[in-house]
Design a protein around this ligand. Structure first.
Ligand SMILES: Nc1nc2c(ncn2[C@@H]2O[C@H](COP(=O)(O)OP(=O)(O)OP(=O)(O)O)[C@@H](O)[C@H]2O)c(=O)[nH]1
Ligand SMILES: [Mg+2]
Length: 573
């Protein structure tokens, strides 16, 4: 079987394989069944065509090396000297064991066949034609008749015999238009026998030109002549540079391929094959259209995805009103990070606030309500995205089934399944992390300020003399004096006034720290809301990238089928 038959055969097998394993949108089950059956029919026809063989006729005088050339072509000793002709004008036919004789020679012709196992000549039938001396006799008509079965004729001669006039006389008798003629000057090794290679080449050139001239005289204007040594071609592993035996062999095999291509065409198999492949054309068009649409859709998701994310974020911000802030505030309120007067102020204010609102908040969680709302917004944006995708696909004229497949693989509800829980979990984690934080700086700053004020009170109470005494002579006695004086002065009118100022300063500081605490809480609320929005944004991004990846994967699968189908089309018979 030649290359194009093999390729056509493989392609049909591949086509059947694709049909069996792929879901085609444009082909019904029956149609697919039909394709498989058609494929088989085509394969059978192809097999029938592939049974055709090239018939090579060898013509030449006695002893020019016909048998040796046949052995060299077959790569095996298929013809031996023991193959004596029953009659000098009989035709010897050499065929492979598995190759049936594709023709029946005329009954008037004397012929004998020999089978062989030479693999290289499996599809080449070699016919050793009688010496033309005998052909010029009464059997000429029969032999010329036999030549109808012959595809190519190899005219073989040798340096000793190329000048024989009978060779050219017979050549004149054979109708040239019907055959491919090849001429071979065998035993060319004799040119180099006992001579230098220059002399050999010179001799060869001369004989070649002379042979050409002879051929021209019998109207073979442009003869193809091979200078060969069949003996070398059969026995030697490497050939001399001048030995054109490989070219001759290659040409014969090329002719066999051409003949098969011709057969395929003659049997109209090329057209049938093209028609067979056209069954996939519609599918291919659908696949290509869908590929274009998906490409476009994926780009669209890139831009729309960003816009939608913006919309979602705007929506969340609008939902996060003062009520939500209050709820977050109530959840992260932790006045234990305040100390002293600050804590007192905070406790009092809260006592007063809680009395009016605490019941409301205990009953329902506004935040749960918000996550529900946001989940709905998210779902709406998802639906919107899916609608845009599906809209684009429908407008792009995708096949119904393919559009359905895309709708199936895009399941937005997958993403919103645990969406609310995820959001609540996220917020709770944020709240817990605030509670866990130690707020070390804030706490320390309060202690320092309050201690400083207390220190100021004690110094004021002790008076200038006591603290100067302690400063100049820091002894235990002066220390005691300093403390006792302060204590003593506490109950004097000046001391009470100092105490009053101290209380007032502490109260003011308490308010001041309380305000700082409130600011801290508000900043935290902002932070929680912002990270919440970002978290929703990330979830959205996940949806976008997952959707894109899903579509790309689908596109890739379609692309593979499309490629496999267009590969089938590439075979050229
Ligand atoms: N030097 C040389 N001798 C060759 C070559 N090819 C064949 N011979 C020899 O030529 C002789 C005849 O070769 P065959 O192949 O039997 O020739 P043939 O044309 O089949 O002869 P018949 O069947 O008797 O007509 C043998 O002794 C071969 O060894 C070659 O390329 N070079
Ligand atoms: Mg022979």
């Amino acid at each position: 079987m030649n290359d194009s038959t093999i390729r056509m055969r493989d392609s049909i097998l591949e086509a059947r394989n694709i049909v069996r394993t792929t879901d085609f949108v444009s082909l019904s089950k029956d149609e697919r069944h039909h394709i498989v059956k058609e494929g088989q029919t085509l394969l059978d026809k192809l097999d029938a065509v592939a049974q055709k063989y090239l018939v090579v006729g060898l013509l030449g005088g006695t002893g020019v090396g016909k048998s040796t050339l046949m052995n060299a072509l077959a790569g095996a000793p298929i013809s031996s000297a023991s193959h004596r002709r029953p009659h000098t004008d009989a035709i010897l036919i050499y065929r492979h064991n598995d190759t049936p004789l594709p023709f029946v020679p005329d009954s008037e012709i004397a012929w004998q066949e020999f089978t062989h196992a030479g693999e290289t000549a499996r599809q080449i039938i070699l016919c050793d034609l009688p010496d033309y001396d005998s052909l010029l006799s009464e059997h000429r008509r029969q032999v010329l008749g036999f030549m109808e079965h012959v595809d190519i004729l190899v005219w073989l001669t040798s340096p000793e015999k190329y000048g024989d006039s009978s060779f050219y006389e017979f050549l004149k008798l054979v109708p040239k238009s019907e055959h491919n003629f090849y001429f071979a000057l065998n035993k060319s090794d004799l040119f180099f026998d006992g001579k230098s290679s220059e002399e050999g080449f010179e001799e060869m050139r001369k004989v070649y030109a002379d042979f050409q001239e002879h051929l021209r005289k019998v109207d073979i204007a442009d003869p193809v002549i091979y200078t060969i040594s069949a003996q070398e071609g059969f026995g030697e592993p490497t050939l001399s540079s001048w030995n054109q035996f490989p070219s001759l062999r290659q040409e014969i095999f090329r002719q066999r391929v051409l003949k098969e291509v011709k057969n395929i065409k003659a049997a109209n198999l090329d057209k049938e094959y093209a028609q067979y492949l056209s069954l996939f054309e519609t599918e291919l068009v659908h696949l290509e259209t869908m590929h274009g649409i998906l490409d476009h859709t994926i780009t669209m998701i890139g831009t729309t995805g960003g816009e939608e994310e913006g919309l979602i974020q705007e929506n969340i911000y609008s939902v996060m009103d003062e009520n939500i802030r209050s709820e977050i505030r109530s959840k992260i309120d932790n006045i234990s990070i305040l100390t002293g007067p600050g804590y007192g102020v905070a406790a009092l204010i809260q006592q007063w606030k809680y009395r009016s609102k605490v019941q409301d908040w205990a009953e329902k969680s506004l935040f749960g309500f918000v996550t529900q709302r946001i989940s709905k917004v998210f779902q709406r944006r998802l639906d919107n995205l899916k609608n845009k995708i599906m809209g684009g696909i429908m407008r792009g004229d995708a096949h119904r089934t393919m559009a359905g497949q895309v709708a199936d693989i895009l399941k937005p509800e997958h993403y919103t399944k645990n969406f609310e829980e995820k959001l609540e979990q996220y917020v709770n984690n944020q709240l817990i992390s605030f509670h866990k934080a130690r707020h070390f700086l804030f706490r320390t700053s309060q202690y320092i300020v309050y201690l400083f004020v207390l220190f100021g009170l004690i110094v004021a109470l002790a008076g200038k003399t006591a603290w100067q005494g302690l400063f100049e002579n820091p002894s235990l006695a002066h220390m005691l004096n300093f403390i006792l004086t302060a204590f003593y002065n506490l109950f004097s009118p000046a001391g009470l006034a100092a105490l009053g100022s101290y209380a007032l300063i502490n109260l003011l500081l308490g308010f001041w720290f309380y305000r700082r605490y409130r600011n801290l809480i508000e900043r935290k609320i902002d932070e929680i809301i912002k990270s919440f929005v970002e978290n929703v944004g990330e979830l959205w991004q996940e949806v976008i990238s997952h959707t894109t990846a899903t579509l790309k994967e689908y596109d890739r699968a379609l692309g593979m089928t499309a490629r496999a189908l267009s590969e089938l089309n590439k075979i050229d018979t």
